[in-house]
Design a protein around this ligand. Structure first.
Ligand SMILES: Nc1ccn([C@@H]2O[C@H](COP(=O)(O)OP(=O)(O)OP(=O)(O)O)[C@@H](O)[C@H]2O)c(=O)n1
Ligand SMILES: [Mg+2]
Length: 459
């Protein structure tokens, strides 16, 4: 630990000599290397080879073309960060990020010269160019350091030094590179940490956190993902998190939710959320002062194996629909997640049965597919497994009347048809979907009278 912090401080100190990174002259670079090596022994990363099915699965036709391009133009290209972690853990990564010694301008020239389309140029400022090859997107980012950070965004400078890029990353397990020949380059002990299932920041945790406070949540997400013991946190890491917890206030709701939702979909949800609350995160991520941990524990247990949506678990922490709306104000949830949270906080413990829910789903104002999600999640939340099973198998009956039938029966076109349809549909639902078209049409005169709508055949 001391060794790593020391290396990290040293590298950072050296970087403060302005000019080194933008256009490193050979002699300056040499000096840097010598100075660095004299103190630290060697700058060589730990290396090893992988040749696993997960690694081989990356070699799609598009990836092979990308590799050939970089090699033809003599730029180095390596897989970086999370994907290396996943491959070394025996998982096929969901997304693969690449790092390169080429600058964004060099990449743009190379791709343009080679007729490769580039998309989504938003990342260029931070060094990322996205190439589209064989219907695949390849995000390639120039090696860089973050020169100034405000806890959310970074001003970056490009470099060709792999260690410096590793050095700016959050966790040791996320700081490795992997070459196309299977060589893993590990500067900060990420491989060892992965082996012993340890989550540690690269260098000084306080500094890493202050560069981007979202890393607090990333720490917990990866802890839950790789640790075997839900409580075995490193006390100094937790202390640094506690000291900086209010920095989460500066992170946008969308980014917080991106991480928090993954925490809620991961392992040890109860332990991880408890720890998050213990370090004081609640007020900065939109949770009430006293979240209901007892209910969370119960709901986590009940929903084991049911794959609940993150909001379903989150709702258990909240006392009311109002608290749900306050949380939404902070996290800016999608409308389906917001309404799911409202639905659960409003209807849990109301003893809604299968029939009530089926009726609710077909009500004219309900959005069929969204309401189906809300009801399934409510049954999961309450562990009503029989109801859930039957509800998922249920084919909603078809309402036997449509607008044309009403037109043929003298209901004026436009809004009146909608109003009458709604009233008849409610009547059909109240009959447990048993009323026939004929029975409903018999009710038409009464319905129209109540709604004050004149039939078209009456002048
Ligand atoms: N706040 C952050 C976010 C990302 N990274 C670095 O950027 C890499 C890629 O980030 P991202 O794709 O967001 O996360 P992954 O670690 O790849 O995790 P996931 O599997 O969720 O994609 C990380 O591995 C890490 O090296 C970082 O240092 N600090
Ligand atoms: Mg990733």
């Amino acid at each position: 630990m001391f060794y790593r912090s020391f290396i990290h401080c040293l590298a950072t100190f050296q970087l403060k000599h302005k000019g080194f990174l933008t256009s490193p002259t050979a002699s300056f670079r040499f000096t840097f290397r010598r100075r660095f090596s004299r103190v630290s022994g060697s700058r060589k990363p730990f290396t090893m080879k992988v040749d696993t099915p997960e690694f081989r699965s990356l070699f799609t036709p598009g990836f092979k073309i990308l590799l050939d391009l970089f090699s033809k133009h003599e730029y180095e290209l390596r897989i970086a960060g999370g994907a290396v972690r996943d491959i070394l853990s025996g998982q096929v990564p969901k997304d693969v990020d690449f790092a390169t010694t080429a600058t964004p301008d060099q990449m743009k020239k190379m791709f343009t010269d080679e007729g490769v389309r580039m998309i989504n140029m938003k990342g260029e400022k931070h060094g990322t160019i996205t190439a589209r090859i064989e219907d695949e997107n390849f995000e390639v980012t120039t090696l860089r350091i973050d020169v100034t950070t405000d806890g959310r965004h970074a001003e970056v400078q490009f470099t060709t030094d792999w260690e410096l890029d590793a050095n700016r990353r959050d966790l040791t397990i996320n700081s490795m590179f992997l070459g196309s020949d299977g060589t893993v380059y590990d500067y900060f002990g990420g491989y060892d940490d992965l082996k012993v299932k340890k989550v540690a920041f690269v260098g000084d945790p306080t500094k890493r956190i202050q560069e981007d406070y979202l890393r607090i949540l990333r720490y917990f997400r990866f802890f839950a993902r790789i640790s075997e013991d839900p409580d075995k946190h490193d006390p100094s890491t937790i202390a640094a998190i506690k000291d900086n917890i209010n920095g989460l206030e500066r992170i946008t709701g969308e980014r917080i939710w991106m991480e928090l939702s993954k925490i809620l979909a991961g392992n040890f949800v109860f332990h991880t959320v408890s720890k998050l609350l213990e370090v004081g995160a609640a007020p900065f991520i939109g949770l009430p002062a006293q979240p209901n941990l007892v209910e969370l524990q119960v709901v986590c247990k009940r929903t084991e194996g049911l794959n609940p949506r993150p909001v379903t678990l989150l709702a258990s922490l909240l006392a009311s629909e109002e608290e749900m709306m306050l949380l939404h104000g902070r996290l800016k949830l999608s409308s389906i997640d917001r309404d799911l949270g409202r639905f659960i906080t409003a209807f849990r413990n109301k003893s809604l049965g299968l029939k009530d829910c089926q009726k609710m789903m077909l009500r004219p104002d309900a959005n069929l597919s969204d309401t189906r999600v809300y009801i399934s999640e409510l049954f999961k939340y309450e562990a009503k497994l029989e109801c859930l099973d039957q509800f998922l198998k249920w084919e909603p009956p078809k309402f036997p009347i449509n607008g044309n039938t009403l037109k043929e029966n003298d209901v004026p076109s436009g809004k009146p048809i909608g109003r009458v349809l709604k009233a008849l549909k409610n009547s059909w639902i109240d009959s447990d979907f048993t009323k026939t078209s004929e029975q409903l049409l018999n009710e038409l005169p009464d319905v129209m009278r109540t709604l004050n709508i004149k039939p078209t055949n009456v002048k």
